[in-house]
Design a protein around this ligand. Structure first.
Ligand code: TYD
Length: 680
């Protein structure tokens, strides 16, 4: 129920003028996808006689489609701002209608190319006029939903267009073979006529869009090249983001390779235009499935590992597609391929959203979108000529003949590249080093999670000190913090429980001897609550700033005191803490291992609630600390707490020295690598 006076804002589609524009956009998108399919198919059909010429002819259509936007894009954007937007769109739609309609009647390859270039040049006016109109029709706070709807129809219409194209091809082919008047015509003609009509419908809708309010402030579209160069400057300094982007582009390129050579590939398998439409649609259907189910898939597997896995599988599937010469199997595998690409894309997008700081996120996304376009152009432009150069080869194996042609070669190359990129991503960004991949995957399929939580990739360094009562860790952590500060590092020294406002109150409850009645579960939850606050308010911000965080006690204390000491289920304690900390694990945990008899005698003053526990309790705690360290030796340093303090300090310094970031950061922004903290 919404409170009176605070009505939820109406959905952006409740806005009639925007709805009209959006419908026009959807119809046009559908028309655009039909256009790509019909023109590439027609080009292939017009040059049917020779494999090489056919490949080049199809490649030519892709290049003709993409080149105008890259060469003339920014220029047209400037012009588009000068004219009345409604009239620009209306005229553009009528012109597109006439040109596309003429294609089946002229029926020549040259005209296909010229018409494609003309239509794309017109699009250069239509698109910026539309983009500039949206903010005029939609209030600012709804702009984001408007953009999402826009994106939805841009890609969501692709599978619909592919299926429509397949159906229209069947009808078209039937008509040309049965109606004498149409014989000699091409089946794609029907799809082109429908395509032309889509533009006509859009023209009508735009024409009835009477009022586009004028607002100042033209929308400037920066050139793709500029976006790419600027974006790379931010991205290249961030290892994780770099890995993600390379992986995502790899996935995109694999999909592009299929789209690029699909027509000749399907032709070689004996499929017609309808089959081409089906394969094309299968990529997008798979992508949609992957994007939808990807985030729900294998929840126990680290997202980075799933990302690398999806790309690797996409590569392997692509190689299989290239080698299997059976159309139904190819269609099914294409759905799988699309799904893998979709999973990689959505996970990559989410990870960037989580890991890139606010001010750089927008740039990273726009970099990604522009490089994706350039990658797609390169892939489709290169794919067909490579296929053409390679031509057709038939391997004779006794009576069995196996055809391997240029399109197979392109798909194999694409598949091998994607596999390599996937494996690289797995290596480059693995956040569960030490946990074997296959065992991890098998556990994830069973719905279990293996081993430890991932150490996070943050700019800073996170060191925790652990140990029993009177182990001297508080003194040691102070000394280490001073030592690090002396070297010029930005150091945050902190402790648990009680380093935040709320934490101080929790600490009072937890350690107050009078609260002896506290139940074990409540105790575990209170420590976890203190920790959640500590991580969110103190630790994470410091780490993201690039600081070195030294904490006196962290999750291991709960595993040892509440898990082992209070005999709670260690799984449960581990889970609530993983949740409380968002999975943040120290890069290094220093365990100062002291026998409780020694430690407890060192303590002065009145014993607090926990110190007052019997000796066996403290024995269990010590044993658990040591077990935790033994399970992940690469993340622990265990020092003997009975050694003289100077010796202990020396040992800790030596170990921390190995993992200190280099060079010594003086400013917080240096510590984030080469990424300057520029705000959008
Ligand atoms: P503190 O006065 O900070 O002592 P110490 O110098 O031993 O760290 O008290 C922390 C106490 O809280 C200590 O006895 C251990 C206990 N503790 C837990 O039982 N679980 C936890 O998760 C944490 C952080 C501390």
């Amino acid at each position: 129920m919404t409170a009176p006076g605070r009505r939820r804002p109406a959905h952006v589609l409740a806005n009639a003028p925007f709805r009209r524009l959006w419908t026009a956009m959807s119809v046009c998108s559908l028309g655009d996808w039909l256009n790509i399919l019909a023109l590439t198919a027609l080009a292939g059909n017009l040059m049917r006689d020779d494999y090489r010429v056919q490949s080049l002819a199809i490649g030519g259509v892709f290049v003709a489609k993409m080149l105008p936007a890259i060469l003339l894009g920014p220029l047209a954007g400037v012009f588009a701002d000068r004219f009345d937007r409604r009239l620009t769109m209306f005229a553009a739609d009528l012109a597109r209608f006439a040109i596309v309609l003429s294609i089946p009647f002229v029926h020549s390859y040259q005209w296909v190319i010229i018409a494609t270039i003309l239509v794309e040049c017109i699009n250069l006016f239509w698109v910026p006029a539309k983009d500039a109109t949206v903010p005029n029709l939609v209030p600012k706070e709804q702009l984001e939903s408007a953009n999402q709807l826009n994106l939805l129809v841009t890609y969501g219409t692709a599978p619909i267009a592919a299926m429509l194209f397949a159906a229209l091809s069947v009808v078209g082919d039937l008509a040309t073979s049965t109606v004498p008047f149409l014989s000699g015509r091409d089946g794609t003609g029907l799809a082109l006529i429908v395509n032309a009509c889509a533009y006509l419908v859009s023209a009508f809708l735009i024409f009835t869009l009477r009022s586009i309010p004028k607002r100042d402030g033209a929308i400037s579209t920066p050139s793709v090249l500029k976006q790419v160069i600027e974006g790379w400057r931010y991205v290249s300094g961030h290892r994780m983001v770099r890995g993600l982007i390379i992986g995502m582009l790899g996935a995109f390129a694999a999909g592009g390779a299929v789209v690029g050579v699909a027509k000749i590939y399907v032709g070689a398998l004996g499929g017609g235009d309808a089959a081409y439409g089906v394969v094309f649609g299968a990529v997008f259907v798979g992508m949609a499935l992957g994007m939808f189910f990807g985030p729900r898939l294998l929840r126990q597997l680290s997202r980075r590992r799933l990302f690398g896995l999806a790309i690797t599988v996409a590569g392997l599937v692509l190689v299989t597609i290239a080698l299997v010469h059976n159309l139904p199997i190819v269609v099914m595998l294409t759905v799988v391929l699309g799904a893998c690409a979709g999973i990689a894309w959505i996970i990559g997008y989410t990870l960037i959203g989580l890991e890139v700081e606010d001010g750089l996120r927008g740039r990273t996304f726009s970099f990604l979108q522009s490089t994706a376009r350039v990658t797609l152009l390169l892939v489709v432009a290169v794919a067909n000529p490579v296929a053409a150069i390679f031509g057709v080869h038939v391997l004779e194996l006794g009576e069995f003949a196996y055809q391997f042609d240029g399109s197979n070669l392109v798909l194999v190359i694409g598949g091998v590249l994607a596999t390599a990129v996937g494996i690289l991503a797995l290596r480059h960004m693995d956040d569960r080093k030490g946990v074997p991949f296959t065992a991890d995957l098998i556990a994830a399929v069973r719905g279990e999670r293996l081993g430890t939580e991932p150490a996070e990739h943050v700019p800073g360094l996170f060191v925790a000190f652990e140990g029993g009562e009177g182990s001297g860790k508080t003194t040691q952590s102070r000394l280490i913090a001073i030592w690090l500060r002396d070297q010029g590092y930005d150091v945050v020294q902190t402790r648990e429980p009680g380093s935040t406002k709320v934490g101080m109150r929790l600490r009072a409850i937890l350690l107050d001897a009078a609260e002896a009645g506290l139940s074990a579960r409540a105790e575990a939850l209170l420590y976890a609550a203190d920790r959640a606050e500590h991580v969110e308010k103190v630790i994470r911000p410091a780490l993201y700033r690039g600081a070195l965080v030294v904490t006196d006690r962290y999750v291991d204390s709960s595993l040892a005191y509440q898990g082992a000491g209070r005999a709670l289920d260690p799984e449960d304690v581990s889970k609530i803490n993983a949740w409380a900390t968002g999975g943040l694990v120290p890069h290094l945990t220093v365990l100062i291992d002291t026998p409780p008899q020694v430690g407890l005698t060192r303590l002065g003053g009145a014993a607090d609630r926990i110190e007052a526990e019997p000796l066996e309790f403290h024995e269990r705690v010590r044993k658990e600390f040591r077990a935790l360290a033994a399970a992940a030796p690469e993340r622990y340093l265990v020092v003997d707490g009975t050694l003289p303090p100077e010796v202990i300090t020396r040992q800790i310094q030596d170990r921390i020295h190995e993992i200190l970031p280099d060079p010594v950061p003086r400013e917080s922004e240096d510590a984030t690598g080469t990424m300057p903290a520029i705000r959008d």
